[in-house]
Design a protein around this ligand. Structure first.
Ligand code: NI
Length: 253
């Protein structure tokens, strides 16, 4: 039983989501957390959680939406936060890759969603790119936990996040040539790791160049099991247990 804790199963990426779910099922994928980025995708996430029993959702405004979001977008999250299939606030965070100029606005958006998560006792799914220091300092101000999505930082950074109660979301990036994460992971206990694909992005080796989908999580799992030198089953069981513990609203059998 594999769980994709971070994907974006939107119609703009996938012509036939049924098909994607079927293919993924064949590879042992049992549960999904589809993450929203703005109100349009948040609505779609919510709708797909109604359509698919094993699909759960996270609602959030992505930092890249910082210049276009409105108060209504935050209201939408709040209005649906108590939905039983909505298990986290995400994808939220900070992204200084393209620009740092809107840093203050990004922080404001991030903090308003962290307060929501804190108030409603919801885990958060964090996007942090070129913004480690600010991410850590801001997260420290809130009583929240969740997943650091697409973690690829240093062991030192991993330890800080773990101490704060976060799990590290590992995806196809770990399979990329020259990725230092392979070495770092060896020093991070498996009890802090969860699996994700970030579909349709970050396609793992050997599917580079193709669109990613949750079925590829099997390859990521196999790759990580080799890093830890443990049987695939053990890796799957432990990471599934980690998800269960963090996302209390998910019914995992
Ligand atoms: Ni994502």
């Amino acid at each position: 039983m594999l769980i994709d804790t971070h994907c974006h199963l939107y119609k703009e990426y996938y012509e036939n989501i049924n098909n994607i779910i079927e293919i993924s099922k064949k590879n042992g994928v049992s549960y999904y957390i589809s993450n929203g980025c703005d109100t349009k995708s948040n609505q779609e996430v919510l709708q797909s959680t109604e359509e698919y029993q094993n699909l759960y959702g996270a609602l959030g405004i992505h930092p890249e939406m910082v210049d276009s979001y409105t108060k209504q977008d935050l209201e939408y999250i709040k209005d649906h936060i108590s939905n039983p299939k909505i298990v986290a606030i995400g994808e939220i965070g900070l992204d200084y890759y393209y620009t740092k100029d809107n840093k203050e606005k990004q922080i404001e958006l991030f903090e308003s969603q962290l307060s929501l998560a804190e108030k409603y006792n919801m885990p958060v799914i964090i996007h942090s790119r070129e913004a480690i220091e600010d991410t850590i300092n801001i997260l420290k101000k809130y009583n929240v936990n969740g997943i650091i999505h697409s973690f690829s930082g240093s062991l030192e950074t991993a330890k800080i996040y773990i101490k704060m109660g976060f799990l590290l979301g590992i995806n196809g990036v770990v399979t990329f040539k020259n990725c230092k994460l392979k070495e770092t992971l060896k020093n991070i206990p498996l009890e802090y790791i969860v699996l994700e694909t970030d579909s349709p992005y970050l396609t793992p080796v050997p599917f580079r160049g193709k669109q990613n989908n949750p079925s590829h999580i099997l390859n990521i799992a196999k790759f990580i099991a080799e890093i830890y030198e443990i049987p695939l089953e053990e890796l799957i069981d432990t990471t599934t247990y980690n998800v269960k513990k963090m996302f209390k609203k998910m019914t995992i059998e």
